[in-house]
Design a protein around this ligand. Structure first.
Ligand SMILES: Cc1ncc(COP(=O)(O)O)c(C=O)c1O
Length: 266
């Protein structure tokens, strides 16, 4: 997650909002981020796409920001096939979003009155029906994923070449993915070898996430290069996303952990 201690140094007269992400479902630090935003009179756009159902100190994600966004792509805790939602308790912002999603139509003027440039971002009733049913199962889904995360944590707890994720004590975490990191000092080459060998054993793992600033489009548009964000790059270079979904069994988790430990030992 964003380091709240580093935000203020980055705020300038050009700053329009703070956009923190509850990465992998973890809401840690969001209360601190909101305090800083308030002090500087900046809106927070809370990216809760990976964290549906998480809470920090009893406060649900999606309720911290001026606006928050959720995504329901199939890899998420619940899915509508595609699509997402925006939450806000600001009526004007809500009206604006409804208009933008509906090709710029206004609130009361009718179907053929476009008040602004808008888009067709409407989520169909069919997609919504899927989402409503899935939402009613969120506690069950959360519990299943928490169990899988717990098995991984137990089985990898003796592995000091790995940094294993933990839900902070004050967080009720809705696990999105389970991403371990190779310990400090291990290299991207070692990580990539492990990824390749796990995948060749049909255990699907990924380099989740590569740094955004080095994506070709962003790097070219903003002139970023390796070394610009060393903490991000170091974490990313050592990250391994392990197989993770609601229906993983303890035996399957054990197969993944055994293979990972074998490859770490080579
Ligand atoms: C943190 C985060 N933000 C935004 C998105 C984008 O969601 P969508 O592609 O549904 O708009 C995702 C989806 O993967 C995400 O994980």
């Amino acid at each position: 997650n964003i380091d709240p201690g580093k935000i203020e140094a980055g705020i300038s007269e050009k700053t329009k909002a703070i956009l923190p992400v509850e990465i992998f479902g973890n809401p840690a630090g969001f209360d601190a981020v909101c305090k800083i935003a308030k002090k500087h009179n900046l809106p927070v756009i809370e990216d809760s796409c990976e964290a549906l159902g998480s809470a920090l100190k009893g406060k649900k994600v999606g309720t911290f920001g001026t606006m928050s966004v959720f995504g329901f792509y199939p890899n998420k805790q619940i899915t509508t096939g595609e699509g997402g939602m925006i939450l806000t308790d600001d009526d004007d912002l809500a009206d604006l979003c409804v208009s933008l999603r509906n090709q710029g139509r206004g609130k009361d003027a009718g179907w053929l009155a476009h008040e602004r440039l808008g888009y067709n971002y409407r989520l169909s009733d069919i997609n919504c029906a899927l989402g409503i049913v899935q939402l009613s199962r969120i506690d069950e889904i959360k519990a299943k994923r928490r169990q899988v995360a717990e098995w991984y944590r137990q089985m990898l707890s003796d592995e000091d070449r790995l940094i294993v994720p933990v839900a902070p004590a004050d967080c009720d975490m809705s696990w999105f993915v389970f991403v371990v990191r190779l310990a400090e000092g291990l290299t991207m080459e070692q990580r990539d070898r492990i990824l390749q060998q796990m995948n060749s054993r049909n255990i699907q793992v990924g380099n989740y996430f590569p740094p955004v600033h080095l994506m070709p489009f962003i790097a070219e548009k903003y002139g970023h290069k390796p070394g610009d964000f060393p903490i991000t790059e170091s974490a990313s270079a050592r990250a391994i996303a392990l197989p993770f979904h609601n229906h993983l069994t303890k035996d399957q988790v054990a197969i993944v952990c055994t293979a990972l430990k074998q490859l770490l030992a080579v």
